[in-house]
Design a protein around this ligand. Structure first.
Ligand SMILES: [Zn+2]
Length: 241
């Protein structure tokens, strides 16, 4: 594993695409290195299989230009925010040493999303404590590492963001990486059972949410994030659009 600037974490493969692929691709276009961690294989998903989702996630990783994408293989639906899961994640955070972590939303329809939110926030905090000893895959003791910022992306429910990133130049690419999950989202040729996220309406909501957030900040498209910490700037003029 290599050191990255930004680490995006999702409970299921496709979460980061829906919530923050615009931010990921914009960061990469600005020269940043980005990795993704999927916590589960999405094995409980009604449509598709672990194999198809793995392929779809790999295709999306290539489209986004990720440096790396790994899967923790936690249990879909049943993973816990406990010591075992926190330590497994701390090891990865200490290897990737990201400045910024993006994670699932604080409240959502799927119970794994707020659970992942808490797990990631707690693991990022604990990862900064020196007395928590962890070792990498070669048996070397890891240094503590706390990401500077954890930002929570928005998925199903409309959450009021604390900050919106302009993703006008990434909107079409975002729609394409979402559509890389052919088994999950609207596909008129699929004969699989309808789910809340396989409707045409849901796919269109990804675009109109981005466009609506863009409207609110005076651009074509945006992605919104919340944070448990206050967001700050060293330069008020960075806030001028
Ligand atoms: Zn999900």
């Amino acid at each position: 594993m290599q050191v990255v600037d930004l680490l995006a974490i999702g409970a299921h493969p496709d979460d980061v695409e829906l919530g923050c692929s615009g931010a990921i691709m914009r960061s990469i276009s600005q020269g940043k290195k980005v990795a993704v961690i999927d916590l589960t294989q999405g094995e409980l998903g009604t449509r598709g299989s672990v194999e198809t989702r793995k392929k779809e996630a790999q295709n999306a990783a290539v489209l986004m230009g990720l440096s790396e994408r790994i899967n923790m293989e936690f249990k879909d639906g049943f993973f816990k925010n406990d010591e075992t899961h926190q330590l497994a994640l701390i090891k990865k955070i200490r290897e990737f040493q990201p400045q910024i972590v993006l994670c699932n939303t604080k409240e959502d329809r799927h119970i794994d999303h707020p659970k992942a939110n808490k797990l990631v926030n707690h693991a990022c905090f604990l990862s900064g404590l020196e007395k928590i000893e962890t070792y990498d895959s070669l048996g070397n003791k890891q240094n503590s590492w706390r990401p500077k910022i954890v930002l929570e992306y928005i998925q199903w429910m409309d959450i009021q963001p604390d900050i919106v990133l302009d993703i006008s130049a990434q909107l079409e690419a975002k729609m394409n990486v979402v559509k890389a999950y052919k088994s999950q989202f609207f596909n008129p040729h699929s004969s699989e059972k309808e789910t809340p996220i396989s409707s045409k309406n849901f796919l269109e909501s990804v675009r109109y949410r981005a466009q609506n957030l863009g409207r609110l900040i005076g651009t074509e498209a945006g992605e919104g994030f919340t944070s448990k910490n206050l967001l700050s700037t060293d330069n008020l003029f960075d806030l001028v659009r």
